[in-house]
Design a binder for this molecule. Structure first.
Ligand code: PBG
Length: 322
């Protein structure tokens, strides 16, 4: 007698019955870029199908995503000016603050998240304040906390710190609570690697560091135990959800964090992951849609509960057809 695993693969119905992982539009968080101006929808060259929006067109995009069943967006801002401390990041009339209130006004039930970081707002492009040529941890915390509170004041449901400063989740939690925003959640970019996969994002958000790189604050791609340490710390500091980023080359990390941590886990399928698929698809070297769905499914199989992905709308559309 031979054991026949193929028996379970005989028909589509049977395969669907024994499928272990499912993908749905409800799993997606859709990243969007917003800048000052009106009626703008400027294509991002290295991310075909993604745009820099002005607030008005961004709201339309959020409505479209919501209508496709996508429950959440995460917003990234391109400020009108940059300075050494990223002061436009915590201005109440800042671009993200405007976008948050506009989206919340129009799509009341959508979960609106904001990226909390300084790199898009500083003239040097680093995620924290520079002191003596170094990214200074503790003086950055106060600015991040101010930014988070101003996002909450604008109506953000969740703030998502991506800076990788130590202690920022605790600092942000305390500042939110003191300001009366006990119900504003924190999605911590707990496990964020210093990755080449962020290349296209730095064009999209105009946030490339002007000197050096981010290795003194983002994680070494060689490390896995450290990922667990970062996840545990953010959980203890009060994060409501945590994230692993990037996703595709870090499926083992997603799995390990999922097994060790009790919080909902998000994975960020980043700009470079998107760009690689789009570029190969344009060359007709791969079946883009098929690979997109496979990547997203596999990120879930690895253990992610939620996926931040630029594919959100495209994948949601396909899912609703099938
Ligand atoms: C930093 C931030 C980055 C991304 C999200 N937040 C870039 C970086 O750390 O250099 C990358 C997202 C992507 O590549 O899609 N604020």
């Amino acid at each position: 007698m031979i054991i026949r695993p193929r028996r379970l693969r005989q028909s589509k119905t049977l395969r669907e019955m024994v499928r272990e992982t499912s993908l749905s539009a409800r799993d997606f968080i859709y990243p969007l870029f917003v800048k000052h101006g009106r009626k703008l929808k400027d294509p991002i060259a290295s991310m075909p199908g993604q745009y820099q929006f002005s607030v008005d067109t961004l709201v339309e995009e959020a409505v479209e995503a919501w209508d496709l069943g996508i429950p959440a967006v995460i917003l990234f801002g391109l400020p009108d000016r940059k300075d050494a401390v990223g002061s436009r990041s915590y201005a109440d009339d800042g671009i993200v603050q405007q976008a948050v209130s506009a989206v919340k006004a129009r799509v009341v039930d959508m979960v609106v998240m904001t990226d909390v970081c300084l790199c898009e707002y500083t003239d040097h492009g680093h995620c924290g304040v520079i002191k003596e040529g170094k990214v200074d941890n503790d003086s950055t915390l106060e600015l991040l906390a101010r930014q988070a509170v101003s996002h909450a004041r604008a109506g953000a449901d969740f703030v998502a710190p991506s800076d990788m400063m130590d202690g920022r989740v605790a600092a942000i939690r305390m500042a939110l609570d003191l300001a009366g925003f006990q119900d504003t959640g924190i999605l911590a970019y707990a496990v964020k690697y210093a990755s080449g996969f962020y290349g296209p994002f730095r064009d999209a958000a105009d946030s490339a560091p002007q000197f050096g790189d981010r290795s003194s604050y983002q994680m070494d791609p060689a490390n896995a135990l450290e990922a667990l340490k970062e996840a545990m710390l953010d959980m203890e500091e009060g994060a409501d959800m945590i994230m692993v980023k990037p996703a595709l080359a870090y499926l083992d990390i997603i799995r390990r964090v999922r097994e060790e941590c009790l919080l909902p886990l998000a994975a960020y399928s980043v700009s470079g992951e998107y760009a690689m698929v789009k570029a190969a698809q344009e060359k007709r070297w791969i079946e883009g849609e098929r690979i997109m769905m496979e990547i997203l499914l596999c990120i879930k199989r690895a253990g992610a509960d939620l996926i931040l992905t630029y594919f959100a709308k495209e994948a949601a559309r396909l899912l609703s057809k099938n």
